[in-house]
Ligand binder design. Structure first.
Ligand code: C5P
Length: 471
């Protein structure tokens, strides 16, 4: 009934309905249903027929979304589920926003939609085969994986998720997913039982730990009669919105052209080849800062100690173990405009780490002599020729937080210290929220407790303010 209604509308009206639906993050069918439910008829002068209302905030609104992804490239993988038809709508939505699109159809997807339809909507032939002579000659699976800003998988079936989680590469879609170094967004869609199955839960946990972003699934009716629950693919408008957010579309790039070094995570200081001294830093705050800075357009090098979280998208990541290796990587990454030193660097290392595993049972416990590690923050802040314009340190304290931070500002020679209370009751170490005080020569600013991503965003905004527009 709704399909019939929409098909009968003239083009101008359909366009307005499409914009309105996108504005509300709904499908066109759902938008019509909402309008009808609100008691509006097609032939009355209701909101559906009136002009599309100007959004209160232009961001996120359909009208403003036109062109929001201009200059961006999206590779869409359509998996083999009934929601594949919505994948076709997604192509249109993303192209409406100005992105260039390439589309891969799995074998399963081709049972629901044709490469011809996907190619016609994408404006370029759709890709289907791993061993396709023309493609391998021309774009090839590695180029498909790399010549894009983001890979979206919609619908992501249970099977495709399982293959991704296991790292299988037995067709074009899975090979590209394994070969890509770009952010990946999946929109799962499957029967609620399959979604709830422990195997799918495990695969989802693996994928999110690997840094894959997930949108949906939503609750609602399934294609199968009488089936309902969580498993419906997110609507194309919702997925397009998530793509915009991930690609930082429409966002200003206040740090464009600025080089930034961020340290993050703990360091591991070897005792012998199998043992080390470490601390509880998760790297969440430092990684979030690197990600927010990259979104703001900075050219970011993240020097990270051993962490269990994914690399942030759009960032050059150098992985190190010890404080000395971290210092060497930071020095190699200079010069930079900004340095943010969020790593929980071990203060001491074992003076002489054993070359072989230290054995017990010798009658006495080993006496470990410790020596102080180099101070990376202080070294960079006092660098004779390559000091960044803005040097920012962290102070993780369990008491007298601000007093210690002030002392640290002077002792280390940095411009700002972000001080936080890391006593166990705060849950900051390893947790997702943080409350920090920004301590500078000018005074102390206390920020409310907020997610680490929000702390990162606020810090990036403050950095952009402090640097001013790049000359
Ligand atoms: O450990 P401390 O409280 O001195 O750390 C304060 C700041 O100094 C943090 O920003 C930390 O990343 C940095 N730091 C460093 N190298 C060290 C010790 C600390 O860069 N060896």
């Amino acid at each position: 009934m709704t399909n019939l209604t929409i098909r009968r509308l003239d083009e101008a009206l359909k366009h307005r309905l499409r914009l309105r639906a996108a504005q509300n993050g709904r499908s066109m069918e759902k938008e019509v249903r909402c309008l009808l439910a609100a008691g509006l008829s097609e032939d009355g002068p209701g909101p559906m027929l009136g002009p599309v209302a100007k959004p209160a905030s232009p961001a996120g609104a359909a009208a403003a979304q036109a062109g929001a992804l201009a200059g961006r490239r999206v590779l869409l993988i359509i998996g083999g589920g009934i929601a594949a038809y919505k994948g076709l709508d997604l192509i249109r939505r993303v192209r409406e926003r100005g992105a260039e699109m390439r589309v891969i159809l799995t074998y399963g997807a081709q049972q629901f939609v044709t490469p011809l339809a996907a190619g016609a909507l994408a404006g370029e032939r759709a890709y289907t085969d791993l061993f396709d002579q023309t493609t391998e000659f021309d774009v090839g699976h590695i180029r498909l994986a790399r010549d894009t800003d983001l890979v979206a998988v919609a619908p992501a079936t249970a099977n495709l998720m399982a293959k991704m989680a296991a790292g299988l590469a037995d067709d074009l879609a899975s090979t590209v997913l394994l070969a890509t170094d770009k952010p990946v967004l999946i929109a799962p869609a499957m029967n609620p039982q399959m979604w709830a199955h422990p195997a799918t839960r495990r695969n989802l946990a693996r994928l999110t730990a690997d840094g894959v972003r997930v949108i949906g699934p939503n609750a609602g009716e399934m294609a199968e009669r009488g089936e309902a629950g969580v498993g419906r693919m997110a609507e194309p408008g919702e997925i397009a919105g998530a793509l915009e957010r991930l690609l930082g579309a429409g966002m200003p790039h206040p740090l464009k052209g600025q080089r930034m070094i961020v340290t993050s995570g703990p360091t591991h200081e070897p005792i012998d080849p199998v043992r080390y001294i470490a601390n509880r830093s998760s790297g969440k705050q430092g990684h979030a800062i690197a990600e927010a800075a990259a979104r703001a357009g900075a050219d970011v090098t993240l020097v990270s100690g051993p962490v269990a979280i994914a690399d942030p998208p759009g960032v050059r990541v150098i992985k190190v173990e010890s404080a000395r290796a971290m210092l060497a990587a930071v020095e190699a990454a200079l010069p930079a405009d900004v340095g943010v030193f969020a790593a929980a660097v071990a203060d001491w290392r074992v003076a002489e780490a054993g070359e072989q595993k230290i054995k017990k049972g010798t009658g006495s416990a080993p006496q470990l002599a410790l020596v102080e590690n180099p101070d990376i923050l202080a070294t960079v802040a006092r660098h004779p020729t390559k000091r960044p314009r803005l040097v920012i340190g962290f102070a993780a304290e369990t008491e007298h937080v601000i007093a210690h931070a002030r002392a640290k500002l002077a002792a280390k020679g940095c411009d700002w210290i972000l001080a936080n209370d890391v006593s166990p009751r705060t849950g900051v170490m390893g947790g997702d929220a943080n409350s920090v005080h920004l301590v500078s020569e000018g005074g102390v600013e206390s920020w409310p407790r907020q997610p680490k991503a929000a702390v990162a965003q606020s810090l990036v905004e403050r950095i952009a303010q402090a640097l001013g527009p790049r000359q």
